[in-house]
Write a protein that binds this ligand. Structure first.
Ligand code: HEC
Ligand code: HEC
Length: 154
């Protein structure tokens, strides 16, 4: 009985630690805002934001790019690197999923709160079956919230 209690509390502790690590799909818009701030602070030291912001890639692609950047001197601590990757993945989802029926300007010119973006993105999702997963919806709504009043990608 006692041993079971210890095992349960260890499992809970590990679960709690894991919950503090950003994972794809569980990312919040606050974390995407942090990722955006890190990109804007650290990715303009050697080039402007055009390369990072126009590139669309999956996780492996961003891992590869960030490793290449680290080798040129842009070393991020693991937590910041993960926030940057999540931000870049949300941005990439937005850039690929929201251009099928209209330009990106249509969402970019709007400034909404997270819950309002969730409603809009869910409404867009219902226009095309199986187009967006729940994780895509949350990430894209979070990316657009993090964008704030900006009407351009960068
Ligand atoms: C220490 C200098 C330096 C910093 C800081 C830096 N970069 Fe770069 N980056 C480069 C150089 C040099 C190139 C062009 C050569 C190349 O492609 O490897 C480049 C090219 C790129 C490219 C285009 C090539 C590709 O792999 O797609 C992307 C995207 C990019 N950087 C993203 C980023 C991001 C995101 C950050 C911030 C985390 C960043 N960079 C910070 C030096 C830097
Ligand atoms: C299957 C087609 C389709 C896709 C994909 C699509 N949209 Fe739309 N979107 C529309 C149409 C049609 C309208 C105009 C009518 C309306 O508002 O329902 C629109 C209008 C909008 C508007 C203006 C209206 C408002 O509520 O603010 C925004 C913002 C928007 N879309 C955002 C997005 C985003 C973000 C995505 C990607 C998740 C997206 N759209 C993907 C078809 C689409």
């Amino acid at each position: 009985m006692k041993r079971t209690a210890i095992v349960v509390s260890v499992v809970l502790a590990v679960g709690f630690l894991a919950a503090n690590v950003v994972k794809s799909g569980t990312v919040t818009f606050e974390q995407l805002k942090q990722g955006k701030a890190i990109v804007e602070d650290t990715c303009i030291e050697c080039h402007d934001l055009e390369w990072p912001m126009t590139k669309v890639a999956d996780r492996a692609g961003w891992e590869e790019t960030l490793t290449k950047m680290a080798n040129t001197g842009a070393v991020l601590d693991p937590a910041d690197r993960e926030l940057v990757i999540e931000y870049m993945l949300a941005k990439s989802a937005f850039q690929t999923k929201c251009v099928l029926c209209h330009s990106l300007e249509r969402p970019l010119e709007k400034n909404k709160q997270f819950q309002e973006w969730m409603v809009t993105v869910q409404r867009m999702s219902s226009k095309k079956a199986r187009h967006l997963t729940d994780d895509d919806i949350k990430a894209i709504a979070g990316f657009l919230t993090a964008k704030g009043a900006w009407t351009r990608l960068y």
